[in-house]
Design a binder for this molecule. Structure first.
Ligand SMILES: O=C1O[C@H](COP(=O)(O)O)[C@@H](O)[C@H](O)[C@H]1O
Length: 248
């Protein structure tokens, strides 16, 4: 039975350090159980803050970083190293400072990668990488935790409200004509997101209050479809939680 939990903390800085602490413990626990940990990273402002906070965390020293698999929930389909790529931002915020196994860092393809500007092929390539890691005929590996930012319009990953990509049932998809720049993106689909053991939706600031209030009141925005198999955890600062219905 999956549970939904809403955690509200005072501000964005405390949110980042709270999520970082939870993430470190989650990775340590997953490595104790499985030998490895599998984490899906998100992009956006709050994600970069969380990753920077991991750097300052004493508990991060308890993680065997060479046995962490990193995936991305979505990517802005831009050339490798572009500062707007979610991968570039994650590398700058944290990944370049860690003793990771490069073979376990599964960045989504760039628009100057093996498929050039063909985002559909790039999405298919990422689906193949996921399937290869999963093995045994399964499309996706175990995801211990899949983190998502939440857009002002209620989007998660590159799944935008009213966009046809929301209905995709494959493992990954290309998003064209994104309402938020850049227009072309690669994303995990709703079913792939929902395969994760835990989905964490992380948001800070007053601009996120309306969509989050809508979703937690039963409204249908993309963020409402992002649930974990075991747990769906909303990690919010007070401003983003302003419209959340009263908790029990
Ligand atoms: O473009 C994107 O935006 C969302 C939300 O970003 P934020 O800056 O408002 O926190 C992010 O979750 C997504 O990964 C990214 O591609």
């Amino acid at each position: 039975m999956s549970e939904t939990v809403v955690v509200v903390v005072p501000d964005a800085d405390i949110l980042a350090s709270t999520v970082a602490a939870r993430l470190a413990i989650k990775i340590i626990d997953a490595q104790a159980v499985h030998g490895t940990a599998s984490v899906v990273l998100t992009g956006g402002r709050v994600a970069a803050k969380v990753l920077r906070s991991v750097r300052e965390l004493p508990a991060a020293a308890a993680i065997d970083w060479s046995r962490v698999d990193l995936w991305w929930g979505d990517e802005r389909f831009l050339p490798s190293g572009d500062p707007d790529r979610n991968e570039t931002q994650a590398r700058e915020a944290l990944l370049d400072k860690l003793p990771l196994d490069p073979a376990r860092v599964h960045a989504m393809p760039a628009s100057d990668g093996p498929d050039g500007e063909d985002a559909i092929k790039a999405a298919a390539r990422y689906a193949s990488e996921l399937a290869a890691a999963a093995g045994a005929g399964t499309p996706v590996p175990r995801f211990d935790v899949l983190m998502l930012g939440v857009g002002e319009d209620g989007h998660v990953a590159s799944l935008f409200p009213g966009h046809p990509v929301l209905a995709e049932t494959g493992t990954t998809a290309a998003t064209f004509d994104s309402p938020k720049p850049p227009p072309t993106r690669v994303t995990l689909t709703v079913p792939t997101i929902r395969s994760a053991d835990e989905v964490w939706l992380i948001a800070a600031g007053p601009d996120k209050a309306a969509p989050i209030g809508t979703v937690l009141s039963g409204g249908d925005l993309p963020a409402a479809r992002a649930t974990g198999v075991q747990k769906t955890l909303w990690l919010l600062d007070r401003a983003a939680a302003a419209n959340v219905p009263a908790q029990p």
